[in-house]
Design a protein around this ligand. Structure first.
Ligand code: BGC
Length: 924
């Protein structure tokens, strides 16, 4: 077969497709290579960047902003811009061409574009707000009926400004944000498809704005720019301290908008938020993230956002100048309606209330199509589970109301909130005259736009289901920030949860720009001492907590993971100072290299089943050593070799202190908890000669728990990887297959469609766990997802490398699986693997994208007998880490599809028959 030319495609800037506002220091370019055949590789590349005018586009022949020249390099991700300074608000086009492994050039790629964020001086807009007193500040109680809550909340302000266009428009951009939430409107249309914009940051420090291409929405003559504002994270209920209105960030929402119109003759007009705007309230009586929304649709000022509207009676706005807070282009993905779920699951509870089961615990809201007499009051409440009477179980929501209410305007209409989010599988509808028609009800699934990148399938349907349930948990909690849970009065960006789940999150979905945005929140919340916070964004009134082991360490672990998975050194460079400040903070506090001081609100191995006996200092010191090891890699990856040596030395000192304090001469780790062993082994804190013995003790500890895990948040993610890395994959499969509590399958068998917060969120004997803390959508314990990709499928990278340029494909087979297959869409393209174990034969198949090499390691009872499809023999036979007698056959390959067959491993996993377990769909 003749190979097709190697061509660059799928161009990205700062992980986005043609972004409309990007900070100059975030301009990092990437592309994927396409081309058939095997062993395809990029030998060199050339990038060129040109200013692009609204009319006429880029000029490739004139003065380029940057021409990289031919660069002899295989790099296709993380290419930093090195050209002339980028102009605020300007549009650039860029292209790339490559030379393949034979030196053949590609043509120039199709151009991609990016536009540069505004600098502070480019802002002509002012903050504006409705100039009227707002509602009260009474905190709600969980049991209170809706109306008193409504009294504590205020109507959403509608703001508008009419303006005239007389010349032909070439292009127009709307830069817009709010303290609070906004929905921008232009000439009767919604601008863009994002919800809950501008997202959550510590608004005292940083406000993100979005840029929209609104060229097509403008017309000659009168135009109207408008916005509806809501309290959101800025002025609404946030977290479990149910205070609002000024307790956290501010008391009332404000708008900042700047519409920049470029005319065909090159002149510009700017329509900015200023004293010329007018405001009033509309249909939205209140809108709150935790409480829900109330619309009186009879009060909607029809046509308010379009030309020809009489705005008599609209009041002047309050205006104030821009202040010191940072205004930055949103580096993250927009929150969108990603999917609509319909259902036929309509029932009535014991009180004859209509209950809808969407079959999936999700985050979003319900959309209803109604046709009712004007003035009908319809209420929609939401819950994750039902109680024994088929009624919504809402106790675990604590004070979050999750209720929407509509007063209809009569006739056919669509009822749907705009500025809230609910965590639910079930909805209860009351007030609707007669029976609801299932086709009139939809659950709208809402989260940050994080594209799916992982797929997993195997011979056990419950494991497929587990991988889907893990992904749904991520979807429900990646909403501007990675939250612990999406339903109760909490929904905070807990660092511990995010760090244990980060690698799983990256395999499941493209979260590169999501974590880029959130790491700014983490850095904003860092104390001057260097202590990273426990939650980010910071909630000034409620959360001063910092430094908790396994939580604050996310400040190093998340950037490292993002680099590892996406090859993104930008995030490492941006936060290098913050990370070193954290490392200095820990070392200052703990000069003897045992992390026993400044543990903050140490949560330790949070929610470990039974007793959490892991010593706090052990867990803390292990994480510190881990940070130091990662910092050495980070320093290396960013060209700071001296720092790398320093962090290696620090790691060695912590390791010695740890071993002296916690590891005995016979490989026992203090306290003997599974988490103690897992952390010590995973973080490299057991002397080499004792590693296998210590791993054996870990297996003993698991056996002593009757093959159950005893890990909480801090240990669970590393549990199965540690077992596999030490040759105990059979034990890993046995734990994973466990059906009695605590186990993942126990959750599945009892109706979980997202991962529960607690191993015993519901039990046969005790019913629901304490409503004080019992979420059914917490992704942390789903951190086992990483093992499915890295170990079961074997999609991993060579140690020390990042961005999936050099793969380590090492499948781990074991009973009860007889086959597994799946894929990961890496930054360099799709990687797919699959294996089957049939009788005495093991077959492994791998698809590798161009410009990527792989070391393939195939476990076998007799590795010398493994062959590829052409009959090639292994380059080497290695012994499998930790397992005496097990071998692996080693092959090195380039891009293309490769298949290998050989003698299967002896022992468990061989000849396994497919077992199927029945599972209920839900627990009620
Ligand atoms: C949250 C957790 C979080 C923890 C800290 C809980 O309330 O839901 O997920 O990490 O507090 O211990």
């Amino acid at each position: 077969m003749t190979a097709s030319p190697l061509t660059p495609a799928r161009l990205r800037c700062a992980h986005h497709v043609n972004p409309l506002a990007v900070a100059p220091d975030r301009v990092r370019l990437s592309w994927r290579l396409e081309g058939s055949g095997t062993g395809r590789a990029q030998r060199a590349y050339q990038v060129r960047v040109a200013l692009s005018r609204p009319l006429g586009g880029p000029s490739w022949d004139g003065g380029l902003s940057w021409d990289s020249g031919r660069v002899e390099s295989a790099s296709s991700v993380d290419i930093g811009y090195l050209g002339a300074p980028l102009a605020p608000g300007a549009r650039y086009a860029w292209q790339v061409r490559v030379w393949d492994e034979h030196g053949h050039p590609s043509g120039w790629s199709d151009p991609a574009t990016f536009e540069v964020e505004l600098d502070q001086a480019s802002w002509q807009a002012s903050w504006i707000a409705q100039d009227q007193p707002r509602g009260g500040v009474t905190p709600p109680t969980g049991a209170a009926p809706l109306d008193p809550v409504a009294g504590a909340l205020a109507p959403a302000p509608y703001l508008r400004r009419a303006f005239t266009i007389i010349a032909p428009v070439a292009s127009a951009r709307l830069y817009v944000t709010a303290l609070g939430l906004y929905e921008a409107r232009l000439n009767g249309e919604r601008v863009g498809d994002a919800y809950l914009a501008p997202g959550w940051t510590d608004y005292h420090q940083r406000v993100l704005y979005q840029a929209h291409d609104v060229t097509g929405l403008l017309a000659s003559g009168e135009n109207v720019l408008g916005a509806i504002l809501a309290d959101g994270w800025y002025a609404g209920y946030v977290g479990y301290d149910a205070k609002r209105a000024g307790a956290h960030y501010g008391t009332a929402p404000e708008l900042l908008a700047q519409l920049v119109i470029t005319f065909a003759d090159g002149t510009r007009q700017c329509v900015a938020s200023d004293e010329n705007w007018r405001a009033r309230a509309g249909a939205i009586q209140h809108a709150d993230l935790l409480m829900g929304e109330k619309h009186d649709r009879r009060l909607e000022p029809a046509g308010w956002d379009a030309p020809g509207f009489d705005a008599a009676g609209w009041a002047a706005v309050r205006r104030r100048d821009l202040d010191a807070r940072v205004l930055a282009a949103d580096p993250g993905p927009a929150i969108r309606v990603i999917e609509d779920i319909t259902t036929s699951g309509l029932t009535r509870d014991s009180n004859r209330r209509q209950i809808i089961d969407f079959g999936q615990n999700l985050t979003g809201w319900v959309r209803l199509r109604a046709d009712t007499p004007a003035g009908t009051v319809i209420r929609v409440r939401h819950a994750e589970v039902l109680d024994g009477h088929g009624t919504l179980y809402t106790e675990n929501l604590r004070t979050a109301r999750q209720a929407d209410e509509y007063v209809t305007s009569g006739g056919p209409e669509v009822l749907e909130p705009r500025f809230t989010q609910h965590g639910f599988r079930y909805a209860e509808v009351t007030g609707y005259p007669g029976d609801l028609d299932a086709s009139a009800i939809t659950a709208r699934v809402v989260h940050s736009s994080i594209e799916a990148t992982g797929s997993f399938e195997c011979s056990e349907s419950w494991l497929d289901q587990l991988s889907r349930v893990i992904d749904w948990g991520q979807r429900g909690n990646f909403i501007s920030v990675p939250t612990d849970c999406p339903q109760r009065d909490e929904r905070l960006g807990w660092l511990g949860d995010a760090q244990v789940f980060a690698r799983t999150a990256c395999y499941n979905r493209d979260v590169a720009s999501f974590f880029a945005k959130w790491m700014d929140d983490v850095a904003d919340a860092q104390l001057p001492t260097g202590a990273f916070p426990d939650v980010a964004p910071r909630l000034p009134a409620a959360f001063g907590r910092t430094g908790a082991p396994a939580w604050a360490d996310a400040g190093v672990i998340v950037p490292w993971t993002t680099w590892k998975m996406y090859g993104d050194t930008g995030i490492l460079r941006r936060h290098y100072g913050a990370m070193t400040a954290w490392m200095d903070f820990l070392e200052r506090a703990n000069p003897d290299y045992l992390r026993a001081r400044e543990l903050g609100n140490s949560y330790n191995d949070w929610l470990a089943p039974g007793r959490d006996d892991t010593p706090h200092e052990l867990l803390a010191t292990a994480y510190w050593a881990h940070d130091a090891a990662l910092m050495a890699e980070i320093a290396d990856a960013t060209g700071r070799s001296e720092d790398a040596i320093g962090y290696q030395a620090l790691n060695a000192k912590i390791r010695t202190a740890f071993t002296d304090a916690f590891v005995s001469g016979d490989g026992q780790v203090a306290s003997g908890t599974q988490t103690g062993y897992v952390l010590a082994l995973h973080m490299g804190l057991v002397p080499d000669e004792l590693r296998d013995t210590a791993a054996g003790h870990l297996v003993d500890a698991i056996r002593a728990a009757d093959w159950h895990l005893t890990t909480g948040f801090a240990g669970v993610g590393y549990l199965l990887p540690t077992l596999s890395a030490h040759g105990h994959t059979a034990a890993a499969y046995r734990l994973l297959s466990q059906q009695t509590r605590p186990s993942w399958r126990y959750m599945l068998d009892n109706g979980a469609t997202t991962i529960w917060e607690r191993w015993d969120g519901w039990s046969e004997e005790g019913g629901f766990q304490s409503p004080q803390m019992n979420s059914f959508n917490h992704y942390s314990l789903g951190s086992v997802g990483e093992w499915l990709y890295r170990f079961v499928l074997g999609i991993d990278q060579e140690p020390g490398t990042a961005g999936f340029g050099r793969l380590l494909l090492r499948p781990h087979a074991g009973a009860p699986l007889t086959w597994a297959s799946g894929s990961y869409q890496s930054v360099r393209g799709p990687i797919a693997t699959g294996w089957t174990q049939s009788g005495d034969t093991f077959t492994f198949r791998a698809e590798i994208p161009p410009n990527v090499t792989a070391s393939i390691r195939i476990p076998s009872a007799q590795a010398a007998g493994v062959r590829d499809a052409t009959g090639r023999t292994p380059e080497a036979v290695a012994s499998f880490p930790g397992s005496a007698g097990t071998q692996e056959a080693v092959f090195t390959v380039g891009s293309g599809t490769h298949e290998f067959t050989g003698p299967a491993l002896a022992g468990p996993g061989r000849d396994a028959r497919v077992r199927r377990w029945p599972h209920q769909t839900h627990q009620e």
